[in-house]
Design a protein around this ligand. Structure first.
Ligand SMILES: Cc1cc2nc3c(=O)[nH]c(=O)nc-3n(C[C@H](O)[C@H](O)[C@H](O)COP(=O)(O)O)c2cc1C
Length: 128
């Protein structure tokens, strides 16, 4: 995998989100976000997610998911590009590698899904 000089790492236990990601077709592993993170790193990133010492290319959203939640808390959500399985309770390390775009409020789930599909392609290009 490609490397570069950006080196922002977030580590935590995978917690339950609101389960919407799966219905959108993009299951996400959610990390607990501390209040001090608010605003920091907000947006969509290409990232490397590490579980049990294995690295996986991932696309990460840090934000409040304004398209689907009103006045939500800041969350860190990772969609792993090559992984299927249950990560709840496991320790996940996320290394942010490349900023892709700011978080946006989309008018429909379809528009959000179409953009996340593009984000996955951008992340693949940035990482692999
Ligand atoms: C790569 C990626 C990009 C995302 N971008 C946005 C965004 O721009 N706007 C938004 O409202 N939500 C965005 N989301 C968050 C989705 O709305 C979120 O995954 C969904 O609400 C599922 O949440 P859950 O894990 O709690 O089920 C993004 C999620 C991912 C994985």
């Amino acid at each position: 995998m490609k490397t570069n000089t950006l080196n922002i790492k977030l580590v935590g236990e995978v917690i339950y989100g609101n389960g919407l990601g799966r219905t959108l077709g993009f299951p996400t592993a959610n990390l607990r976000a501390s209040d001090s993170l608010s605003g920091v790193g907000s947006g969509v990133w290409a990232a490397i997610a590490t579980i049990d010492g294995t690295e996986h290319p991932a696309v990460v959203n840090i934000g409040r998911s304004p398209s689907v939640v009103e006045n939500g808390d800041v969350r860190i959500e990772a969609h792993l590009l090559d992984f299927e399985g249950n990560l709840y309770g496991r320790t996940l390390e996320i290394e942010l590698r490349q900023f892709i775009r700011p978080e946006q409020k989309f008018a429909s789930r379809e528009a959000l899904c179409a953009q996340i599909t593009l984000d996955c392609e951008s992340a693949r290009k940035a990482l692999i």
